[in-house]
Design a protein around this ligand. Structure first.
Ligand code: MSP
Length: 509
């Protein structure tokens, strides 16, 4: 049986249009998925849209549409952006689809039958934008502690999930699985939260109707987070064991933003425990992007629109920047200056130049045919061994979801390549007939090192890597064996590369 890997993004609310925050999570998932696929895993990569709830209902009313019309329209924008961003997802789930509704109803009924969901009455403060109830003591100056907006007092009959019953079980799971909640600082936050005590959770609403009805009680719709979280199993075919559900669940990693960590590490695991289902292996919360130092918001009109960025700078430059600029897990700031700087220095100067220098020297000194390496001196051996070690380094960083470190380690080898050219001075070797063997070794080492570099870069920058690998005469799909030194054979035709990343003139921007 082949090894499987299941990675998910949050499902995005359709009351907002996609921005770089959404693109960030989806891109990270895409890189992991592409990398694991290359390494021979049978990968399932899920994304989708969250289409129920009061927030969506209100947005539809103010847009003069039905909620479904709004969802149909906005989910297309997400899909179009994912195409443009070169996201290779396996499946896209919408919570209005039958397969999802069937799964939600099934798990809800199951928990009603086991007594984990019961009918009660609720009176508390509700924040509509956050779709969250708060107790009096949790409010800050009478407002929502998360978004600071006014809350309203709601009293309603409600179904409750016995979350309190799972407190100890959850704590011992977190304790026994140090990898479950990441990064570590977030793990500690969740542990303290759970230790303060879990209350039963209201999992139905009667004040609006845009949602999935509670089985056997049409007056209630199921709470949007109960509905949404189960997308991760419904997309696989839950409750049917013989479907992808049996094959891919539990998820290897749920990638999310830090604002929705509690839903994924407290609510979701306790729902699963109650249903007797295995828990996801890892939940990783990344940080938030600000823009030029400010919170991104519609009212500040500073929302960074990924379509515009891609049109202006190219898809791979944007993909590279988002994962290189900020360590995954920390907050980061987006600025055009930082993006242009990365393009000019990392992509045009370091990466692109190295390929240009190498391919034009092979063109000039060996008529575009890759020579076999000959005598290997210390300097060649050092550069080669750096390149040979790279696949393992990248593998361990990707396993930790340390994307910026993975890219940094790739750039260490790129910089070593540029330095290697400066130190071996091929133009001088070319003038000396007895140095032909040395020159061959230098050219081979440069080409082969970059073939490994672009193989490892292909999950991050698929289009650029494909192009570069064609210049290097490696026109095939990469797999695990592509990472081995010596794959590129002498005699391969190498093509002089044109600039992969033209420099951007900052003044004009
Ligand atoms: N629908 C829920 C998720 C349900 S998952 C079962 C939701 N949707 S969302 O559209 O509001 O947010 C989706 C993701 O976008 C979250 O992970 C959130 O962290 C992320 N981001 C939204 N703004 C962001 C930034 N400014 N920066 C980084 N990520 C941000 O929550």
């Amino acid at each position: 049986m082949s090894k499987t890997f299941y990675v998910t993004t949050p499902i995005y609310y359709v009351n907002d249009v996609p921005h770089i925050g959404h693109a960030y999570t989806t891109l990270a998932a895409d890189v992991v998925a592409r990398y694991k696929k290359m390494m021979g895993y049978d990968v399932f990569f899920l994304t989708g849209t969250d289409e129920h709830g009061q927030k969506v209902e209100k947005a539809a009313i103010s847009a003069g549409e039905t909620p479904l019309e709004l969802a149909d329209r906005v989910m297309k924008r997400f899909q179009a952006l994912w195409d443009k961003l070169n996201i290779d997802y396996t499946d896209f789930i919408r919570t209005t689809q039958e397969r999802h509704k069937r799964g939600v109803s099934h798990i809800f009924s199951k928990l009603m039958e086991s007594g984990d969901i019961y009918l009660g009455e609720y009176e508390d403060w509700y924040c509509t934008p956050c779709e969250t109830f708060w107790t009096e003591t949790q409010l800050i100056d009478g407002n929502c502690p998360d978004c600071n907006r006014p809350v309203e007092k709601l009293k309603e009959e409600s179904y409750f999930f016995k979350m309190s019953a799972y407190q100890e079980h959850l704590l011992s799971y977190i304790d026994a699985n140090p990898e479950f909640i990441q990064p570590k600082s977030k793990r500690n936050e969740i542990i303290s939260f759970v230790k303060e005590g879990l209350r039963d959770l209201s999992v139905s609403r009667t004040t609006f109707s845009w949602g999935i009805p509670v089985p056997g009680d049409n007056r209630h719709v199921i709470y949007v987070w109960f509905d949404a979280l189960t997308n991760y199993i419904n997309a696989l075919g839950y409750p049917d064991e013989a479907s992808n559900f049996g094959k891919y669940w539990p998820a290897d990693v749920h990638l999310i933003g830090k604002d929705i960590l509690r839903f994924h590490t407290v609510y979701w695991p306790t729902f699963l425990m109650a249903a007797g289902l295995p828990l996801p292996k890892k939940v990783f919360a990344h940080g938030w992007w600000t823009v030029e130092g400010q919170k991104m918001s519609k009212s500040l009109q500073n929302v960074v629109e990924p379509n515009m960025l891609i049109d202006k700078y190219g898809v791979d430059a944007v993909r590279y920047f988002l994962l290189r600029e900020v360590p995954f897990g920390l907050d980061g700031d987006f600025s055009h200056a930082a993006l242009i700087n990365r393009i000019n220095s990392d992509l045009a100067n370091d990466l692109g130049n190295l390929l240009n220098r190498t391919t034009s020297m092979i063109d000039k000194y060996f008529k575009g045919v890759l020579p076999a390496p000959e005598e290997v001196t210390e300097i060649d051996a050092a550069y080669q061994s750096k390149s040979k070690n790279l696949p393992e380094t990248v593998a361990s960083y990707i396993d930790e979801l340390a994307f910026s470190k993975a890219l940094q380690s790739i750039w260490d080898v790129v910089s070593a390549g540029n330095k290697y050219i400066d130190e071996t001075a091929p133009w001088a070797l070319a003038k000396d007939p007895v140095a032909k063997g040395r020159l061959a070794t230098v050219m081979y080492s440069l080409a082969e090192s970059q073939r490994i570099v672009y193989t490892l870069l292909s999950p991050f920058m698929p289009a650029t890597s494909e192009k570069a690998l064609v210049y290097l005469g490696y026109d095939r799909e990469c797999n695990e064996s592509s990472c081995a030194w010596g794959e590129l054979k002498a005699g391969t035709v190498i093509t002089k590369a044109s600039a992969l990343f033209p420099r951007i003139e900052e003044e004009k921007e």
